[in-house]
Design a protein around this ligand. Structure first.
Ligand SMILES: Nc1ncnc2c1ncn2[C@@H]1O[C@H](COP(=O)(O)OP(=O)(O)OP(=O)(O)O)[C@@H](O)[C@H]1O
Ligand SMILES: [Mg+2]
Length: 124
């Protein structure tokens, strides 16, 4: 098991799961952002899961009112995407920090898509 900290969430990596909870280490406002990010990821996953956009998103399996979500664990690429990589993904304004996107079955997969600035494109 390992622990990762983002700006607004703490993430426990256990086996095939990533458990994400809002984190207060940067103050209450970012804790609220973490809660909102969990809610948005859950909502967005549900909106894409039965569409052609689904393979590009790490699934959210469980949400407890966004206070805790269980997402599929991915392996971060550890490098920023090129402009072409960003273009391929059905997510606008991706935080391209090398830690939010992985690779699975030969294509990119995003696992931080709960930002208010991220718009998700649904390909039917
Ligand atoms: N599904 C996942 N699989 C593997 N690692 C993950 C997953 N989700 C998050 N992580 C790890 O946890 C870190 C923080 O998660 P995430 O980026 O979702 O939180 P955040 O608070 O929105 O972060 P930030 O705004 O700093 O990017 C990520 O940078 C990554 O290393
Ligand atoms: Mg992130």
């Amino acid at each position: 098991m390992s622990i990762r900290r983002g700006m607004s969430r703490m993430v426990l990596l256990i086996g095939p799961w990533a458990i994400k909870v809002p984190s207060g280490h940067n103050g209450l406002r970012l804790w609220v952002n973490g809660w909102l990010a969990n809610l948005l990821e859950t909502e967005r996953w549900r909106s894409v899961e039965h569409t052609q956009s689904a393979p590009f998103f790490a699934p959210v399996y469980v949400s407890l009112a966004g206070l805790l979500i269980v997402m599929r664990r991915e392996t971060p690429l550890q490098r920023r995407l090129t402009a072409i990589g960003c273009e391929v993904l059905p997510v606008a304004n991706l935080d391209n920090n090398g830690q939010n996107v992985g690779m699975r079955d030969g294509h990119l997969v995003v696992f931080d898509y709960g930002g208010a600035e991220n718009y998700v494109e649904i390909r039917v």
